[in-house]
Structures are given as C-alpha cells and as structure tokens.
Design a protein around this ligand. Structure first.
Ligand code: FE2
Length: 199
C-alpha cells in the first residue's frame, strides 16, 4: 500500500487558540505531506512494499532508517490528527479512566507524568500513553519512533517536534503540552484505541 495524506476532520480554525490555523497548515499540509511523499519514494522496491503501515514501521526499524523515519512519522501523525478535537480535554470514558487510575495512580498523576515526558524528551520526539502487558503507562520516544517498536500499543501521543508548537507557543513547550491535555485531547478516540488494545 502507498501512504496518503488524510483530510483533517475539523476546520483549520477549529482548534484555535490552542493550535492555530497557521500551525495546522504547516504541520499537516507541509510536514506530514513530506513524510507521505518521502515514505512513498523510499518504500519503492523494498521488501515492505504491499505491507500494512504497522508492518512497515515495525519491519523497517533498525534496518532502513530513512523509510522507518518517514513511515513512523506518517503513522504517528495519522493518529495525532485524531487525538485532537475542538473543545477537547474534559471527561475520560469510564473504562479507560479506570485503566489509567490502575496503571498510573490517578488521572491527575497520569496527566502530570504525560506532560513531564513531553517536557523532558530532549529534542524532537513524542510523549505517549501506551498499553504494555495490559497496563496503561507513560512513555516517550525520539524523532519518528513509535512505541510499536517497543512492544507497546500507543493510545495517546503528543508531537513535541518544534513544528508542532513553535508558531503558537515559541519555546514554551510546557504550555503547549498543558493546552493539549486540557483543551485538545479527543478522549473518545483514546478510549477506542484502548479498547482495541486490550481486546
Ligand atoms: Fe509533527
């Protein structure tokens, strides 16, 4: 299969003031598109042509850095757009909330640890809530890496590459992460991925 850029399911203005039209135009239309185009070019003629995106991400890890970086970022961004929604944040669906409390102590602690993972990811990368061995835990990865290659299933991720926040927050990454958690997260989609991961 080849990679394609998904349409956003909300308007470019819908996430303001927490994430601006300008950020979404650059992030979705230019950065994500570049991962799609580069990934498609690098996929040609490899053993992973015709495989699913998850198989490509897992298979190319440690074997084909160029393809892995672009396929990994395509996978991460496909989900990232769905992890955002207008008027996000708020209540967490019951089953997921229980799993978060079981794994991380409390919802407040989970949010703090998730934000802290994003703040302390040195350079570009992602902070995550993942399901590993049936438990919800916090993780962080560098560059385009995904928890998929560490035996975990991502259920929530936040992009901490500067292209995700520099237009709106300049160097204030902690403020961006707090706004993401408080005002942007689509917990229904996180719950959907959680249910699929533990099925
Ligand atoms: Fe990004």
């Amino acid at each position: 299969m080849s990679f394609t850029l998904p349409e956003l399911t909300y308007s470019y203005d819908a996430l303001a003031p927490y994430m601006s039209r300008e950020t979404l135009e650059f992030h979705h239309d230019k950065h994500h598109l570049a991962y799609v185009n580069n990934g498609n070019n690098l996929l040609k003629g490899t053993e992973w042509e015709g495989k699913s995106l998850e198989e490509i991400v897992k298979g190319s890890f440690g074997k084909n850095a160029g393809l892995f970086n672009n396929a990994g970022q395509h996978y991460n961004h496909l989900h990232f757009w769905k992890w955002l929604k207008p008027n996000g944040g708020g209540a967490i669906p019951g089953n997921l909330e229980k799993a978060i409390v079981d794994g991380l102590g409390s919802v407040e602690k989970a949010k703090e640890d998730f934000i802290q993972a994003g703040v302390t990811q040195f350079g570009s990368g992602w902070a995550w809530l993942v399901v590993k061995d049936g438990k919800v835990i916090v993780a962080k990865t560098a560059n385009g890496e995904s928890p998929l290659v560490h035996g975990a299933t991502p259920i929530l991720g936040v992009d901490v590459w500067e292209h995700s926040y520099y237009i709106d927050y300049r160097n204030r990454r902690p403020d961006y992460l707090k706004a993401f958690v408080d005002n942007l997260v689509n917990w229904d989609y996180v719950a959907e991925l959680y249910e699929a991961a533990v099925k």
